[in-house]
Design a protein around this ligand. Sequence first.
Ligand SMILES: *Cc1c(COP(=O)(O)O)cnc(C)c1O
Length: 389
Amino acid sequence: MDLHPITQAIRTQTAQTNEMEHSTPLFLTSSFCFDNAEEMRAAFADETDDNIYSRFSNPNVHEFSERVRVLEGAEAAYGTASGMSAVFASFMALLKSGDHLLSCNAIFGSTHTVITKYLNRYGIEYSYVPAGKPEEWEAAIRPNTKMIYLETPTNPGLDIIDLEFAGKLAAKHNLILNVDNCFATPVGQRPIEWGAHLVVHSATKWMDGQGRVLGGVVAGKKELVHQIYLFCRSTGPAMSPFNAWVISKSLETLHVRMERHAANALHIAKALEHHPQISWLKYPFLPSHPQHKIAVKQMQNGGGIVCFELKGGLESGRKFLNSLELLTLTANLGDSRSIASHPASTTHAKLTEEERLAVNITPGLIRISTGLEYADDILQDILQALDKV
Ligand SMILES: *Cc1c(COP(=O)(O)O)cnc(C)c1O
């Protein structure tokens, strides 16, 4: 039978004992046994794919990785301890001293720190190119450029980058295209179909979707994923078998959850778009979004994040957070419970106003991670909080 990737992922069950469990058991073990010296030798010589030690591989991590591989349409995938270990390993395994990384300027905060504060210690150069101006990207490519790195939709500004454009640019210059697909998830967008060679994820977010455990994953070309695997196997950012077991089960409901997250997000985005306290609102599947056409070309739905700017700026942002009764104030996103954040007074408070604007954090920017609660209840809470700012 020719099965859809969603069915294939749900039916991928590689971690099983001889009891033939229907629900995957948890392989909570640091190492694996061999019957004799010859089998052990062969495993260490990579002649078999027997598990040796859970820093290298583990049945639960393998099953989780396989499910993501299927969903992304990738040749290979490898689970890691967190999203940041996936991002960091993808840089360290594939770039070396003297190489140049071309990165979109609107990226996750810790990725920004890795690129600007750590890569240069190892002689890896970088340039930032503006997310909203892809026409400037080609001019920034240097003879030593090795990789293009981007997120789409971007966090927290929700810019959409044309993956088809990025795929063609990478192919023309023979560069690795590495895409952080965390916000869209593989059921919302498949960057490999547009020419990405590598996809990285924080599985902590929508993949777990219930705010329980950390995880990450890289998926893409076999030889690239293998390099990353070898780097991780020796340096140690291994995914916990327990976390892999939790998130692997969560992947069975990812498409159903994402449909509802996106429907709820669209509902609140439509209702708030012209609210008098809001100067602008962005949601990829609203026609008012500046890159709406690209969003509908490459995404199955608009995702679960809505962002808007409060007219009153910084002070209004604080008041808004303090007035919420249902939505949670917390650092995570992609949870069944709706979450509100105000980057200017929290995650980005240490930056100057100018530094914040350089990464598109405006004073009154509010990011809503839309949960699975009843849509009108989420809206009602946001509306009553807006009344108080
Ligand atoms: C959270 C996040 C990360 C980092 O993931 P962790 O699991 O927290 O390490 C990377 N990229 C994006 C877009 C994220 O939202």
